[in-house]
Design a protein around this ligand. Sequence first.
Ligand code: FAD
Ligand code: SIN
Length: 524
Amino acid sequence: MQRKVDFLIIGSGIAGISYALKVAAYGKVLMVTKSNADETNTKYAQGGIAGVMKFAGIDDNYEKHIQDTLNAGDYINDEAAVRIVVTEATDRINELIKWGTSFDKDDQGKYDLAKEGGHSAHRILHHKDNTGWEIERALLQQAQSHPNIEIATHYYALDIITQHHLGEFVNSKTKNVQCYGAYMLNMHTQQTETILAKITLMASGGAGHVYESTTNPTIATGDGVAMVYRAKGKINGMEFVQFHPTSLYNPAEKPAYLISEAVRGFGAVLKTIDGEKFMHKYDERESLAPRDIVARAIDNEMKTRGQDYVYLDCRHLDSVEFEKHFPNIRAKCASIGIDVATQMIPVVPSAHYMCGGIKVNEHAQSSIQNLYAVGECSSTGLHGANRLASNSLLEALVYSHRAALHAATIVNIVEYKTQLPDWNASRTASPEELVLLTQSKREVQTIMTNYVGIVRSNLRLKRAFDRLLIIHNEAELLYQKTTVSVQLCELRNLTKVAYLITKAAMQRHESVGLHYTIDYPKKQ
Ligand code: FAD
Ligand code: SIN
């Protein structure tokens, strides 16, 4: 089956929906998502969205936010991208409010701005401790009532379509790779469909499930990055995987539940199991240092003491205010028997955010023509070697806007590609292969956790690379002879992303930001 749309969007998080709401003025939009419409990383965002909002009496300005972002990114950010995102934040956040997002206000009716690690000012707008849920709700409500936007849930994008599918030779040096749309697996019918689009947006989110423990929901398997890499698009910065310092230590639970950094911004303090503060040994900002520093400090304390977690101490905080700001976190802890007013919360670092991704320019254009990429799957240069807390929702909004402005100028010039072949589905399945899939996925996660995690070394990376190659080859073989399925494709994509992270890490001969290796001393 083939169908045509002006704009195809892969992903229904903040990046996909905010772009959809803008391009819908210029043509028919099809937004696909592999799960329910709201099952996205966006929905689980807790802390909030950073932005200098120019409210009277606020001791903040764009330059401070710019410097904090550069500092967190270890100064290898693209400064132009940083300036774009920070200075366009005010308009984009106001737009989010206009679309119906509600952010918390104080008793005087002013926005209640929170602080998180690496920020020199209170500048995080939030909705209690479930900001992402509120943003996703408001955006989806707008999209669902828009006559030009169709949302197709449980549609799994298999690959973007390029001239490769017309039999032309394409490699990473091919200059004019073009995107004509994407092949989709309709998960309701198990049929593959060809979606022709003038413009395609990749907004497929992160890849937390490359690791054993992650705060990301199960949709985060790096599909977009893997698809674009297969199509010979440029990928950038994959070595920079952000581990959130404080996910709830509850080994039976997957994905890991996040204890927002805003809790530390509110005054909570990291302690060892013996109740000793330790962050002063690592950074003068202590518990509110940037994430790479805090995650490494926790990792070091756990390893040197042989302990499985550290504590986050909230006992000294005003419990009425705590409940007001963090009702979901308090309730979650209570559900596993922890009263945050009297007991400390056990926490561990977990894979949280992919700083690298599909390389894009200032209009969110990828290196493939008519393919844009926005949000966590993209690499704009904003984050450099480490993302500043609460900058990712903002980045997605700013670049979706820019992508939409640019796409609107070309949509009437681009023509649909005709005579594209349908997906080749002539494969066979055998039940025992399911076991291979689950085990290979586990192997990838174990390798990445053990050898390509918070602390790395040349030896560990080489070991990971060699093992990943075996799994990669096995996955490709399986892919060639097995009926296509979400599980199979996710394994293939996770393996590809694991390979990209490991390869990028092996090529970086220094410790910088999130990439910390014992073989190269940290640059001063
Ligand atoms: P997502 O919101 O993840 O959406 C991805 C979409 O792509 C989904 O609809 C998914 O189904 C779809 N998709 C993926 N692959 C396919 C495929 N093959 N076919 C079809 N559809 C596909 N950032 C902040 O700035 N502030 C915060 O407070 C914050 N807190 C966070 C807390 C948690 C627990 C987590 C996990 C992340 C947090 N982040 C936060 C990061 C932020 O939420 C994400 O980076 C951001 O929401 C990503 O948005 P996105 O639109 O790019 O992707
Ligand atoms: C958090 O609330 O700690 C997450 C913020 C982020 O990832 O930006």
